[in-house]
Design a protein around this ligand. Sequence first.
Ligand code: HEM
Length: 145
Amino acid sequence: MQPADLWQQWEQLMHVESLQDALLLPIARVIAAGVLSALLLLLLIVRPQTQAATNTPKQREQRGYTRAEVAQHTAEDDLWLIIRHKTTGKLQVYDVTTYVEHHPGGDAIFSNAGADCTVGFRGPQHPPTVEDLVEEYCIGWVEDA
Ligand code: HEM
C-alpha cells in the first residue's frame, strides 16, 4: 500500500458516519487490531500483579508453628518472620514472601529472617500503618514461644 493510499483511507475514515462503515476500510481494521492487541497486552501485564497483591497469606488457615519450622524459611522466595503483636503481645508468624520485592526498605527485611525480628520491625523507619499492612501476611502463631 502506497503512502498516498493510506492518506486517502485516513481522509475517508475521518468522514465515515458509523463504526460499521469505518470497519470496511483496511486502515481502520489495522488500527482496531492494534488497539485490541495493546489492551490485551496491558491486561496480561496488570492482572498477575493484581493477583499477587490480593492473594496474601492471610487467606490461608491460621495455625501454630514451632520456631524450628519458621527457621526453615529464610530465602527470598520463601521468607517467614516472627513479630510480637503490638496489642496482644502474642508472637505471630508472617509469610512475607510475596511482599519482599515490594519492601521499600529492601534487604533490611532479611535481618533475622526466619526468626523474631520484632526489634527491627518496630524501628523508627516504619510508620504506624505498617502494623496493619503486616497483618495481611499473618499465617499463625509461634506455639513454642
Ligand atoms: C526485619 C524486618 C524489617 C526491617 C529491618 C525493615 C526495615 C525497613 C527500613 C530500613 C525501611 C526504610 C527504607 C527507607 O526509607 O529508605 C523500611 C521501610 C518500610 N518497610 Fe520495612 N522492614 C522490615 C519488615 C517490614 C515488613 C514485614 C513490612 C510489611 C509487611 C515492612 C514495610 C515497610 C514499609 C511500608 C516501609 C516504608 C515506610 C515509609 O512509609 O516510609 N517492613 N523498612
